[in-house]
Design a protein around this ligand. Structure first.
Ligand code: ADP
Ligand code: MG
Length: 446
C-alpha cells in the first residue's frame, strides 16, 4: 500500500499471476461457469430454493423466519423431476450467455411494497456469488460480460444439502437462544464517513441475525436516506414519527420504534427525510451531542443490542451516535482507498472519547464486499488486520448479489436467501460479535 492509502491494482499492473506478455486470454471462461451450480438458484429461478416470503392480499409480507416451510428444500439429485438445478447434464456454455438466460430469469413482481428494480441480476445472471466485475453491472448483453479475473470456482460454493442446513441454522425456526445474550445492553454505532461501504447492510443483517437467535435488538436509523428502514421494511414516508422527533422534539424513542414484521425481537426507529434538516437544527438545541444518548437511556424496555446506522458524514448526527454508543463497528470495504479517511474517523472517535463519552471503544472492524478474485482484496485485508489486530472479525463479508438484491424486497439477506454466502457470512459475523460480548472486551488501541 502507498502512503496515501492507494494500492497497486494487480488488474492494472499486469500482476495477478500473469506476466505482461502472457498470452492467456483475459476473457471470462464461460465453459468453467457452465457447470450446474447450486448457488444459481435465484428467487427468479423457477426451481430456485430461495424462500419467498408469503404475501398477503394487502401486499404485506408475512413472517419468514417463523415458518420452516421457507427453508429451501433439499433436492434429490437422482430424481429427474426434481427441477433443473440438479439436472445431471451440464448446460452448454453458450446457453448461459445467450437465449436461455432471459427465459430462465423472467422478471417477477416484487413481494414487498418496495418496487423491485430490474437490475443486472434479472437481465443477465452471473454465476451466483460471482457478480459482474465493477463497471459491467449494468450490461445486458452477456457477450460483453467479461472479467479479467479468474472466475469463482464451483467447489467454493456450498452443495445444496449444506446450503439447506445452513438456511435452517440461520432462520432458527425453533426460536431458541443460540447466540449468547450480553449481561448489559451493547450500543453499537456503525460508522464510516465513506458512503457505500456497507454500514446499512451490516446494521440490518447483523440485527436480523442476532434477533433470529434470541437477542432483543433495536435498530436506530440515523441516516436521512432511511436505507435501514427500507431494508427492514419499516414505513418511513413523510409524516411517520421518526428519530428526528426524538432528537429535536424529545419524543420518547419507544413512541416511534416500530416492530419489524416477520422478525421477532427486532424493532426499528425509522428515519424520514425530515432528518436531513436535523444536522443544522441540532446546532441550536441544548445538549445537542447527547440527544440520542439520553433517548436510548430513557427507553423503558431492555435490549441486548442497539445498532445505530450512521450517515456517511462526521456531523452532529454521527457525533450523537458516538456519544450514545459504547462500541464502534467500522465496516471497511475491501477496495481502493479503503483506509483513506479512516484516520479522520478515528480522530473524531478519540475526541468524543476525551470530551463526551469515555466509554467509547472501537471494538469491531468488519471487512465487507470482499472479492476473492482480486489480490487487491487480499492486500486490503492484510493491511486492515495488521493495523487493527483482533478487532477485525474473522468473518469477512463477500461481495454477493443476494446481499444487494435483498433490500429491494424489503428484506435482509438472512431471510431473502438464508443459504447464500452473504447470509452465512453475516451469520458468522453476528455469532462472533455475540461471543465477544460475553468475553473480555478486546484491547483498545484506536
Ligand atoms: P452504506 O450504508 O455504507 O452507504 P450500504 O450498506 O448502503 O452502504 O451498501 C452500499 C451498496 O452496496 C448497496 O447497494 C448494497 O446493497 C451494496 N452491498 C453492500 N454489501 C454488499 C455485499 N456484501 N455484496 C454486494 N453488494 C453489497
Ligand atoms: Mg447507509
Amino acid at each position: 500500500m502507498h502512503d496515501d492509502g492507494r494500492y497497486d491494482d494487480p488488474r492494472l499492473t499486469g500482476a495477478g499471476g500473469r506476466s505482461p506478455g502472457d498470452p492467456v486470454s483475459r476473457e471470462t471462461n464461460y465453459q468453467e461457469w457452465a457447470v450446474d451450480d447450486p448457488r444459481d438458484a435465484s428467487p427468479h429461478h423457477p426451481a430456485g430454493p430461495a424462500p419467498k416470503p408469503d404475501v398477503s392480499p394487502t401486499g404485506a409480507v408475512r413472517p419468514v423466519s417463523s415458518a420452516p416451510a421457507n427453508v429451501p428444500p433439499v433436492r434429490d439429485p437422482h430424481d429427474p423431476s426434481d427441477g433443473p438445478v440438479n439436472a445431471p447434464t451440464p448446460r452448454p456454455a453458450v446457453a448461459r450467455a445467450n437465449a436461455a438466460v432471459p427465459a430462465r430469469f423472467e422478471p417477477q413482481p416484487p413481494v414487498s411494497a418496495v418496487p423491485h428494480q430490474p437490475g443486472a441480476s434479472d437481465a443477465v445472471e452471473a454465476p451466483a456469488d460471482t457478480p459482474p466485475a465493477p463497471g459491467f453491472e449494468d450490461e445486458t448483453d452477456a457477450a460483453t460480460y467479461v472479467s479479467r479475473e479468474t472466475p469463482t470456482r464451483e467447489e467454493d460454493d456450498p452443495p445444496l444439502a449444506m446450503e439447506a442446513m445452513r438456511a435452517v441454522q440461520i432462520l432458527n425456526p425453533s426460536g431458541e437462544v443460540s447466540m449468547p445474550r450480553p449481561d448489559r445492553t451493547r450500543v453499537m454505532c456503525v460508522a464510516n464517513q465513506k458512503g457505500g461501504v456497507g454500514k446499512t447492510t451490516t446494521t440490518v443483517n447483523l440485527a436480523v441475525a442476532l434477533a433470529l437467535h434470541g437477542n432483543r435488538v433495536l435498530v436506530v436509523d440515523l441516516d436521512p436516506q432511511g436505507n435501514a428502514s427500507t431494508g427492514l421494511n419499516v414505513p418511513h414516508h413523510t409524516g411517520v414519527p421518526d428519530v428526528y422527533d426524538c432528537l429535536i422534539d424529545s419524543v420518547p424513542l419507544a413512541e416511534v420504534a416500530q416492530a419489524v414484521e416477520g422478525i421477532p425481537n427486532l424493532w426499528c426507529v425509522p428515519a424520514t427525510i425530515d432528518l436531513a434538516g436535523a444536522e443544522i437544527e441540532l446546532v441550536s438545541v441544548v445538549a445537542r451531542e447527547s440527544r440520542l444518548s439520553r433517548a436510548i437511556e430513557a427507553y423503558p424496555g431492555h435490549f441486548d443490542y442497539v445498532f445505530i446506522d450512521c450517515p456517511p458524514s462526521l456531523g452532529l448526527l454521527t457525533v450523537n451516535a458516538l456519544v450514545a454508543a459504547q462500541e464502534v463497528l467500522i465496516p471497511i470495504q475491501c477496495e481502493y482507498y479503503a483506509l483513506e479517511g479512516l484516520n479522520q474517523l478515528i480522530n473524531n472517535i478519540n475526541l468524543v472519547r476525551q470530551h463526551l463519552n469515555p466509554k467509547l471503544d472501537v471494538s469491531t472492524i468488519l471487512l465487507t464486499m470482499y472479492d476473492r478474485r482480486t489480490r487487491l482484496a487480499d492486500a486490503v485485508e492484510q493491511d486492515v488486520r495488521n493495523h487493527f489486530g483482533d478487532k477485525v472479525l474473522q468473518a469477512v463479508i463477500p461481495r454477493n448479489v443476494r446481499v444487494s438484491e435483498a433490500p429491494s424486497y424489503g428484506q435482509s439477506v438472512m431471510t431473502y436467501d438464508p443459504g447464500s454466502r452473504g447470509a452465512t457470512s453475516y451469520f458468522e459475523a453476528a455469532q462472533e460479535i455475540a461471543e465477544r460480548g460475553v468475553k473480555e472486551p478486546v484491547s483498545r488501541n484506536a
